[in-house]
Design a protein around this ligand. Structure first.
Ligand code: 3H9
Length: 699
């Protein structure tokens, strides 16, 4: 097989090019090829300098993530980098695209770096539960200083080329072609011109560092990382750049890298990375399906959701009209949007000019005719079928041919909405998660008639507005909320039978969830769940028992709708989002338990988690076998990006496999004995548990 790395001589300079599409990952054949081309260039007396570059869309975007978890195949990346760094012939990296992770480590190993102006450089390993393991934690601090290196390595966020130049991470920004610029740079080095230098990063000194910076960084990270070790190990590795000679720093980095690699969080985060990419693939909607350009958008409803959805469009330069028939609501909604941007400006995250530009793109209108020419319209009105159907009947009359008609419903039947139009193939669900301008998930719901082109266009739109789109089927609550419904039912059950809200939430939070289930209800509004429970009762969902909403109903009857009114499952002080336990809630709980003639008992945290997670996995498995999710990993993507499930645990389905499906199925079977209506059977889960199978086999 042809090597993915080639070299050619251009005058005195050897240009070594890596071609391993799509992102030039540093797989074993690449490492071998880089070493071979280097050795051949060194052996050629006509070569006086070496330029290393990547073909296609980017310089190397890192190690090949598929290789982790398998035995390392020689040559290791460190060995390759050592060659380029210690070379007697100057080595220059010509970078473009996204030199990330091992890719940036290679570039830092070269003796100078010339960058295309649009390059973004970074060490994102921490996002995969790893740390830069090919010298990055030792070379970056030497090039940009310890403080900046710590920030880049512990956040994993890339920096743009102009900043990299300012910090000394790159030596020059190319004006034209970056490879030609790197060759010219090499020529200047060879000619000894003062404007160009080629030095070894390892020889730079890190000086004047107050070591307290490391403990402070760890303290800060421990609060956010909550149980994760990877970010803390990153700090320890960078500390080595100050306290140890270079080679010992490298040994220390390697030891910490291996610890990360062998941890539980790294494979889980790698699963999350690949799952996100897999979600893009849809069996019956091939990549070649045409997509419709979306150059203008419209949103119906100027509430919190509508405003948040509109911001997504404005953020990427797409003009958007928000419609609300009530002028006061419209003005209030636009005010909230402006307020959100203003907060970003006040915190220094956005310049004032960007606020102005984005507000310019958002136009409030009170007449549906004003939306007619939009490429997509997203309805975000009250979650009520007749209300939504009325909107769609009107949209069908007004919207131009070829427009996509989307609903932001979080639970309702897309087909029943589409049926009110003469174009059900153009109707799709785009379920945003609150706050819609922040949460990354976009559940894309296909109706029975939605066309492949509309599905492909909605998936493409998700990427354009920087969301993670996951295609799901049309069932009550779709994937995320259908599972969440079971999870909340368990949380309510626990409270009704003996636990207190703070115990349930603490167990979930300690596991790593962003918030416990009852705190989430307070945030979303307890009235929302109440409304849905009433609908479910009317639809006969609890005819066979299994209703656990009595305490939640009692809270709502007393107006305890959650954060927005200052009280719900918890009590909220004016302006605070952090609730504290309220003795009044405890009284309500005890009263309801008495009324239900429940003998309250204690639950340990292990059982709390077994019930919460058992409910999620059981329902996830049912969704999978009913075909409403394409694959188990899609469910993980939904939970990590839309529900605050800890990414470093991979997702509920991944975590379940890790725990063992047999043990989960057996706990569920135990729970089912006492509460059959709460634990509907999942034949798939039971079969996989019996046969030792994996959800992957069921995709
Ligand atoms: C590392 O470097 C460790 C070292 O420090 C130490 C070593 C000793 N490997 O995201 P996209 C695939 S850790 C394998 O859709 P985009 C991806 O799965 C690594 N495959 O494109 C997808 O495949 P498919 C540090 C990779 O343009 C395809 O490429 N580096 C890798 O939106 C396109 O990806 C990172 O963590 C990889 N490293 O974004 C960078 N990267 O088409 C991770 C991508 O079959 N990568 N693929 O679904 C990224 O952040 C983005 O992919 C990137 C491109 C920004 C590069």
């Amino acid at each position: 097989m042809a090597s993915p790395v080639t070299w050619e001589r251009r005058g005195r300079v050897s240009v070594i090019t890596v071609n391993n599409p799509p992102v030039n990952a540093l797989a074993q054949p690449v490492r071998e090829g880089m070493l071979r081309c280097f050795n051949e260039s060194m052996a050629d007396p006509a070569v006086e300098a070496i330029v290393l570059t990547g073909g296609g869309r980017t310089f190397m975007a890192g190690a090949d993530i598929n290789e982790f978890g398998k035995p390392m195949r020689e040559p290791g990346l460190g060995k390759v980098i050592d060659g380029y760094e210690s070379s007697e012939k100057p080595t220059i990296a010509a970078v473009h695209g996204t030199p990330l992770g091992g890719g940036l480590e290679v570039a830092m190993g070269c003796q100078a770096r010339v960058a295309h102006p649009k390059t973004r450089l970074g060490l994102p390993e921490v996002k995969l539960g790893l740390l830069p393991g090919a010298g990055g934690t030792q070379r970056l601090p030497r090039l940009v200083g310890v403080e900046r290196a710590l920030e880049m390595i512990t956040s994993g966020d890339p920096i743009p080329a102009p900043l990299a130049l300012e910090l000394g991470l790159v030596d020059e920004i190319a004006e034209g072609d970056h490879v030609a610029a790197a060759i010219a740079y090499a020529e200047r080095v060879l000619d000894g011109q003062a404007t160009a230098g080629a030095t070894r990063a390892r020889d730079e000194k890190v000086q004047g560092v107050d070591e307290a910076i490391f403990d402070k960084a760890k303290e800060k990270l421990a609060r956010v990382a909550r149980g994760r070790e990877g970010p803390l190990r990153c700090v320890e590795a960078v500390r080595g750049s100050v306290t140890l000679p270079f080679d010992e720093g490298i040994t220390n980095e390697r030891r910490l890298f291996v610890e990360c690699h062998d941890s539980e969080e790294s494979p889980a985060l790698i699963h999350a990375f690949f799952s996100e990419r897999a979600a893009n693939k849809i069996d019956d909607v091939p990549k070649t399906t045409p997509t419709r350009p979306i150059k203008s958008a419209a949103v119906i409803g100027a509430g919190t959701m509508g405003g948040g959805i509109a911001m997504n469009f404005a953020n990427v330069g797409i003009p958007v009209r928000i419609m609300d028939t009530d002028r006061a609501s419209l003005a209030r909604g636009l005010g909230v949007v402006r307020g959100n941007y203003q907060r970003a400006v006040d915190r220094g995250r956005m310049p004032q000019a960007a606020l102005d530009a984005r507000m310019e793109l958002i136009q409030g209108v009170s007449d549906m005719d004003a939306l007619a020419e939009a490429d997509i319209v997203i309805e975000a009105v009250f979650e009520d079928m007749p209300v939504k159907q009325k909107v769609f009947t009107a949209l069908d009359k007004v919207m131009r041919e070829g427009a996509i008609l989307a609903t932001n419903t979080s639970t309702l039947d897309i087909d029943a909405i589409a049926a009110t139009t003469r174009r059900p193939e153009e109707v799709i669900g785009t379920h945003f998660f609150s706050p819609a301008n922040v949460m990354r998930l976009l559940e894309i719901v296909r109706g029975s008639k939605t066309s492949a082109e509309v599905i492909a266009s909605a998936m493409a739109l998700a990427r354009t507005i920087r969301k993670v789109g996951v295609l799901v089927g049309n069932c009550d609550g779709f994937v995320g909320n259908r599972m969440f419904h079971e999870y909340i039912r368990q949380a309510q059950f626990l409270v009704e039978r003996g636990a207190l809200p703070e115990q349930v939430d603490r167990a979930a939070y300690t596991f790593g969830w962003a918030m416990g289930p009852l705190a989430v209800s307070d945030l979303a509004g307890n009235d929302v769940g109440w409304y849905i429970r009433k609908r479910h009762i009317a639809e006969g969902l609890y005819k066979g028992g299994g209703y656990t909403g009595a305490v939640a109903d009692a809270l709502c009857e007393q107006g305890r709708y959650g954060q927005k009114v200052g009280k719900g499952w918890y009590l909220y002080e004016e302006g605070s989002r952090r609730g504290s336990p309220d003795p009044e809630v405890e009284e309500i709980i005890l009263r309801v338990s008495r009324e239900q003639k429940v003998n309250r008992r204690t639950f340990d945290d292990e059982e709390v988690l077994a019930r919460l997670h058992g409910a999620l996995v059981n329902e996830g498995s049912r969704i999978l076998e009913e075909g409403f999710a394409q694959r188990a990993s899609d469910i993980d993507v939904i939970y990590v990006n839309g529900y605050g499930y800890p990414a470093w645990r991979g997702g509920p389905m991944y975590h379940a496999e890790r725990q063992g499906l047999a043990s989960i199925a057996s706990s569920i079977a135990e729970f089912r004995k006492d509460e059959p209506a709460l634990w509907p059977e999942s034949p798939l889960l039971e079969r996989l548990a019996r046969e030792g199978g994996s959800f992957k086999d069921a995709n």
